[in-house]
Design a protein around this ligand. Structure first.
Ligand code: ADP
Ligand code: TYD
Length: 199
């Protein structure tokens, strides 16, 4: 199985991706935990170009090409080899982030996102969990975390609201693949919802 976690910044997806990978490994399913942008050596280098610096550093088109280049390397070097040897892969973000961030919220590039995906990526997740949360709660969680990777979080609350709407619309567009998980409550509660939705 190839599983992704998606959602707005600070929704708790990294926490839940880590917890699911731990739970799967504990039950004897070899599971690789990874993330985007990043997940392979080259993609982690591209990640630094994307998440550090000012929000207008790249045009939306350039940004999409960088995310796609990072994803291609991630798929080639880590995801496909892991799936080929029978492991499960749990990734913190994948192509749905490009569909929502570059396709809808940052710019209106959904068509380009789909074309690039078809031409250069070519695989889709088996299951995607969108961790859904009130953007005000998510923003507070994200700001509490701090750090230099703030290029996206500084875009503010209205931007996070557009993202949330975008992820919910995407879930409605792909009902067989995407499950919306209520991200409120404790980490244990959310993890329980994820496991129930996977069963
Ligand atoms: P994301 O990957 O979506 O940005 P994280 O998993 O990194 O989110 O969580 C953002 C912050 O919120 C972290 O400091 C994390 O410890 C905290 N957090 C995660 N899940 C919960 C939760 N259910 N309740 C409260 N805080 C949480
Ligand atoms: P991430 O480190 O997952 O941020 P967070 O933990 O705050 O959710 O991802 C960095 C940023 O990159 C995040 O704001 C989402 C954005 N992003 C895109 O805009 N497009 C993409 O294709 C991906 C994978 C991420």
């Amino acid at each position: 199985m190839f599983i992704s976690f998606e959602g707005i910044d600070g929704s708790g997806k990294s926490t839940q991706a880590r917890r699911l990978a731990q739970a799967l490994n504990a039950r004897g399913t070899e599971t690789v935990l990874t993330r985007e942008p990043g997940g392979s050596e080259g993609a982690e280098e591209i990640r630094r170009l994307l998440v550090e610096g000012r929000s207008e550093r790249w045009s939306p088109e350039t940004e999409l090409l960088l995310f796609t280049a990072a994803r291609r390397d991630h798929v080639e070097r880590l995801i496909r080899p892991a799936l080929a040897r029978g492991a499960w892969v749990v990734t913190d973000r994948f192509a749905d982030s490009s569909r929502v961030y570059q396709g809808l919220a940052r710019a209106d590039l959904r068509q380009l996102v789909e074309e690039l995906h078809r031409l250069t990526i070519g695989i889709e997740t088996d299951r995607t969990f969108v961790i859904d949360i009130d953007p005000e709660i998510a923003l507070t969680r994200g700001q509490a975390r701090g750090g230099v990777e703030d290029r996206f979080e500084t875009l503010g609350l209205d931007f996070q609201r557009r993202l949330r709407d975008g992820f919910l619309a995407l879930a409605a567009e792909f009902p067989a693949r995407i499950r919306v998980i209520d991200g409120s409550g404790s980490g244990d509660e959310v993890a329980g919802r994820v496991l129930a939705a996977l069963a």
